[in-house]
Design a protein around this ligand. Structure first.
Ligand code: C2E
Ligand code: CA
Ligand code: CA
Length: 678
């Protein structure tokens, strides 16, 4: 099963995340202003109306009262004139007394009315009239008093004359003023209502303006809200269906498009290709150049895939470094393969990222409708399986789906499950392969090689399960247990008379960098009491390349325990000799690739010769791996290589069989048969 990929996360852009908040605040402010305006308009309107009504009410009240007072004044003044006249005509002294009383009564009523009038708010015109009236009364009063005195004394003739000629005209003058006063108050009422109307007009105008403003703001806010929500809606939809890093459709949209393509192809009897693309060793770019560069690489790959496809094909990103392409309406498998080949070539072109020239490749798996599946998820699954096969077969290639792949995938899944129980069930063990010293004819070391004694499938070599064990993280526990076992075995062989025999253990990169390694080695040595010098650790070249500084430090720590270190598979990696010089190493294992063609390819012979020279210079013990044929052994001996390991000497054997190998005398085992190398 394909391992899960890490997904380079695309951080949401800052503007994207800040904008909605700003918008929300702006909209909120708009709403609040609008609400306040409406509130303000209502308040002002109510207040103005209230004011106007109240003004009118008081005005009406005041004017009514003023009119009442004015009328009372006019009435009492007239009554007094009439009473004077009547008194002058009356002979009966009783009746005259009664009239006099009424006359005085009218006087007090007049005064009261006048007082009332003065207590009212008066406009200048009214004040002026009241003042004028006061003067006239001041003139008319003595005359009236005089006439009343005369009447009471009984001198009739003079009295009538006085009444007609003086009292009545004086009274009329007062009367005229009172009438004017009445008219003036009438005018006041008109003025008050005019003012009230003006206040109402003002209120109406304000309300109109403010309402218009509120309406305008409301309109703007509404339009903005509408635009904003539609934009958010579009953005949501885009986010839900597209990958943020590359802008390509995501899995959801891809599935949708694939289904559409399938439906169309089924109607027209055509094919649909699903191309599954996974970058090779993408993690390395991420780890060495950082996530930003990884992201940039992904974007660039997306761009190239888009360019390599037709407009009607869908290129989608599933996540991490996985892409998938739908080729719709294909007439045959060849059409689909052509696109895939174009893509493989496009991905292989160099990249320029962060000042580096990078090379990348991809593994491609293809499934085809209707041959490899009838529905979208089946096709995707099968394309994925095919891609995984491409990876397993060396990457940078295209594999078409084959039903047999499924069985293999299932088998692997089963193996993965079984692996979980293997350690607890003690199913791991070491087999040992001897290293022969050609000069002494003795076995000087054995390499411990891991085997899994699978309950149903028998003995499995590391090639079948080691990557699963590493991926699952169990390699550390298994390595620790086996290391202890190997040390115990070695102590046994030492005791049986083979003191000095070295046991070599393979250490993977994962184990090497794990903090527990040092303690594990120490513990195994201490528990078994094996001399540290009898333990050799084999490290592959890659480890020395990863982080040289830390690697040197770590090798030093291991050496400080007393163990020796060998470089494994030398020549297959890229480690430069200059690099190796800086490590405190003891042995170097020449990879079996060089040994294999040693006899037929002079180049390899020269290569081995130079490696041997290097070892001499660096004081490393060279060990040739994979020696299978006597001719190879002869050639190695001729080149001056003392230590050999390979099937020719012995295959890896169980611990119980080691003893027999150790006891054997190998001196004559590989005598030079014929001078094959000149
Ligand atoms: P390696 O360290 O290069 O081990 C040598 C491999 O070559 C072994 O395969 C061995 O069986 C095989 N071999 C030996 N002589 C010959 C020969 O004459 N011809 C051919 N064709 N092959 C020969 P094996 O046992 O399958 O191990 C494979 C790899 O697995 C080892 O390569 C080593 O890298 C790894 N490995 C084995 N045991 C362990 C272990 O305990 N821990 C770790 N971390 N890795 C291990
Ligand atoms: Ca090895
Ligand atoms: Ca090796």
């Amino acid at each position: 099963m394909p391992a899960p990929h890490e997904t380079p996360s695309a951080p949401p852009s800052a503007t994207q995340s800040r904008q909605p908040a700003a918008w929300r605040y702006a909209l909120l402010a708009g709403f609040v202003i609008q609400l306040l305006l409406v509130l303000f308009v209502t308040l002002i309107g109510l207040r103005q109306l209230d004011l106007a009504t109240r003004n009118l009410e008081t005005m009406a009240d005041v004017q009514m009262r003023k009119q009442t007072y004015a009328k009372a004044m006019a009435l009492t003044a007239r009554q007094r004139t009439i009473l004077i006249f009547m008194m002058s005509k009356t002979d009966d002294p009783f009746e005259r007394d009664a009239q006099l009383m009424q006359f005085r009564q009218m006087g007090s009523e007049f005064v009261a009315a006048r007082q009332g009038m003065l207590s009212m708010p008066l406009n200048p015109r009214e004040s002026e009239l009241i003042e004028r009236q006061r003067q006239l009364i001041a003139e008319a009063q003595p005359i009236q008093e005089h006439i009343v005195d005369l009447i009471m004394e009984g001198s009739d003739r003079d009295v009538i004359d006085l009444v007609l000629k003086e009292a009545i005209p004086a009274q009329n003058a007062v009367q005229a003023i009172v009438t004017q006063l009445d008219a003036a108050t009438q005018l006041g009422v008109i003025e008050a209502s005019r003012q009230a109307r003006a206040a109402q007009d003002l209120a109406r105008r304000w309300m109109l303006w403010l309402s218009a403003l509120a309406l305008l703001i409301g309109g703007i806010v509404a339009v903005r809200v509408l635009r904003y929500t539609t934009r958010i809606g579009h953005e949501r939809e885009r986010l839900a269906t597209h990958d943020t890093l590359t802008g390509l459709p995501n899995r959801m949209l891809f599935m949708d498009r694939l289904e559409q393509a399938l439906a169309r192809a089924a109607r027209r009897n055509l094919m649909v290709g699903v191309i599954f693309i996974d970058l090779d060793r993408f993690k390395r770019v991420n780890d060495t150049l950082g996530h930003a560069s990884g992201d940039q690489l992904i974007r660039e790959v997306a761009q190239r895939l888009r360019e390599a496809s037709r407009a009607e094909d869908t290129v989608a990103r599933l996540g991490g470094d996985e892409f998938v392409v739908v080729i719709g309406d294909a007439a045959g498998v060849n059409d689909i393969l052509q696109v895939a080949e174009k893509m493989l070539a496009a991905i292989g072109q160099p990249y320029h990222i962060a000042g580096h020239e990078l090379f990348s490749s991809c593994s491609i798996g293809i499934s085809v409708f209707p041959n490899d599946g009838a529905d979208s998820s089946m096709l995707l699954k099968h394309a994925d399986t095919a891609m995984y096969h491409a990876k397993q077969h060396g990457r940078d290639r295209i594999h078409l789906y084959d039903p047999a792949m499924n069985a293999m995938a299932e088998e692997r899944l089963q193996l993965e499950t079984d692996l979980h129980y293997a350690l607890a069930r003690n199913e791991f063990q070491f087999h040992y392969q001897p290293q022969l010293d050609l000069e002494s004819g003795r076995i000087v070391a054995v390499e411990a090689l891991m085997r899994w004694n699978h309950p149903t499938r028998g003995l499995l070599a590391p090639g079948e399960f080691l990557d699963l064990l590493e991926a699952g993280g169990d390699i550390l526990k298994v390595g620790r247990a086996l290391l202890q076992e190997a040390c115990r075995e070695a102590v046994g062989w030492h005791a049986a008379g083979h003191a000095g025999l070295v046991v070599a253990i393979n250490v993977s990169g994962k184990e090497f960098w794990h903090e527990a390694l040092l303690a594990n080695v120490q513990e195994a040595l201490a528990e078994s009491r094996l001399p540290a010098s009898a333990l050799q650790l084999e490290l592959t070249e890659g480890i020395f390349m990863e982080d040289m500084h830390s690697a040197i430090e770590r090798v030093r720590q291991l050496k400080a325990l007393g163990v020796t270190i060998a470089v494994d598979d030398f020549g297959t990696g890229y480690s430069s000799l200059a690099h190796l010089k800086r490590f405190p190493l003891d042995a170097l294992k020449i990879d079996r690739l060089f040994v294999r063609d040693l006899v037929n390819a002079p180049v390899n012979r020269a290569l081995i010769a130079s490696i041997l020279a290097l070892c001499e210079g660096l004081q490393l013990a060279p060990i040739a791996e994979g020696v299978e044929e006597p001719a190879q052994l002869d050639a190695l001996r001729a080149l001056g290589c003392r230590l050999v390991q390979g099937y020719l000497v012995s295959r890896p054997v169980p611990a119980a069989d080691v003893q027999a190998l150790l006891q054997r005398d190998w001196t004559d085992a590989f005598r030079r048969v014929a001078p094959t190398i000149g």
